[in-house]
Design a protein around this ligand. Structure first.
Ligand SMILES: Cc1cc2nc3c(=O)[nH]c(=O)nc-3n(C[C@H](O)[C@H](O)[C@H](O)COP(=O)(O)OP(=O)(O)OC[C@H]3O[C@@H](n4cnc5c(N)ncnc54)[C@H](O)[C@@H]3O)c2cc1C
Length: 330
């Protein structure tokens, strides 16, 4: 029986994304444990040039699906491709990143093969010869271990799995695809791009998040948000937000952290004037180090914070920025 692990490597800004390379890393380690092969799959209108480079990230084989049908994201196109290639390589596990796109097309691909999907996994291991995935449930309050009777289909939480550094010279295989643009049942008509060069909270190693306590950036909160941006720029962080902030229209939905926003696992999460509602914690409690700044010492965020600063963001954020700038100068 095959022990092949198939990993769909997502692209962002026309190159393999960090989350994609992390999923590939997880796939490589799983394949090693199984004694099988890690096969990377990439798709796009112009991706072939990136295939060889994936060997350096642990892929022993890279399958390339290049064509117009993959120019823009299509749930239909990618789910068909994944299902086709999972069969072709007789994959025991099919993996990709738990990004909005990954969660979307993988569910459909898995269902087309009459399999379930283990979504947003934080660990993969082999126990008694079976692949077992760990995933948080109940807004991160519990973990479940999932095994599949056949092929395990899973999406992996970004920033949890390490990128592989043991490189190979990857063999490259073009994939023949039997459907074209005209066969796709749904097509994306327009993509509204976010700000160019903006660090995405889902991939950032450091996040500075703002809550309702920062107030309206178009009014009395302007200085607070400027201070937050300055702190983020000083330490190379992405700016995140609570839902209260996003609902008020102060920040775009792409910045929202939490149950109905993005799940993040950065090395450092600085929560500024965020109360720590359960729905917010669901998206960030997996952060390695959590710092909370809140003027209310009873705010629930302090229960999960590694470091808590009871104080006013108006004073604490500029003071932190100055201290970081000084420390980073040294
Ligand atoms: C189904 C559902 C899904 C949800 N999904 C999400 C989600 O994905 N993400 C999310 O974040 N929320 C989500 N929520 C909303 C959540 O319940 C909270 O309402 C929200 O997180 C509160 O945002 P906040 O902490 O910014 O605001 P608040 O709860 O109003 O907290 C503001 C905090 O700022 C502090 N503060 C005020 N002024 C200052 C100051 N000057 N200096 C220091 N501290 C100050 C206050 O003490 C307070 O603790 C969801 C709710 C539901 C019902």
């Amino acid at each position: 029986m095959s022990k092949n692990v198939l990993v769909y490597v997502e692209f962002a800004d026309d190159k393999p994304s960090k989350a994609g390379l992390q999923a590939l890393g997880a796939g490589c380690r799983l394949a090693r444990q199984l004694g099988g092969e890690a096969i990377a799959l990439i798709a796009g209108a112009d991706v072939a040039g990136h295939a060889a480079g994936l060997g350096a990230f642990g892929a022993s084989k890279v399958q390339v699906a290049q064509g117009e049908q993959f120019r823009v994201y299509s749930q239909d196109g990618l789910s068909r491709l994944l299902a086709q290639q999972a069969d072709a390589v007789q994959a025991v596990a099919v993996l990709t990143s738990a990004t909005p796109a990954g969660k979307d097309f993988m569910a459909r691909a898995a269902a087309s093969r009459k399999c379930g999907l283990a979504s947003d996994c934080t660990n993969l291991e082999v126990e008694g010869g079976k692949i077992v995935a760990t995933r948080p449930v109940f807004a991160g309050k519990a973990l479940v271990k999932v095994a599949a009777p056949g092929t395990l289909w899973a999406t992996l939480r970004p920033n949890v799995f390490a990128v592989e550094t043991a490189g190979f010279t990857a063999g490259i295989e073009p994939v023949s695809v039997t459907f074209g643009v005209g066969d796709l049942r749904a097509v994306v008509r327009e993509i509204v791009a976010g700000a160019k060069g903006k660090l995405d909270v889902a991939e950032a190693e450091i996040i500075v998040s703002g809550g309702r306590g920062l107030k309206d950036p178009a009014g009395e909160g302007k200085q607070n948000w400027d201070n937050l941006e300055k702190l983020a720029a000083t330490i190379g962080a992405a700016v995140g937000a609570s839902r209260a902030v996003v609902d008020a229209g102060w920040r775009p939905h792409g910045d929202q952290v939490g149950q109905t926003g993005k799940t993040v696992s950065p090395k450092l999460y600085i929560a500024c004037a965020i109360s720590g509602a359960i729905q917010h914690l669901a998206g960030m409690s997996g952060s390695k180090v959590i710092v909370a700044i809140n003027k209310d010492e009873t705010a629930p965020i302090f229960k999960i914070a590694d470091y808590g600063i009871v104080g006013n963001v108006e004073d604490v954020v500029p003071a932190l920025t100055a201290a970081f700038a000084e420390a980073l100068k040294a």
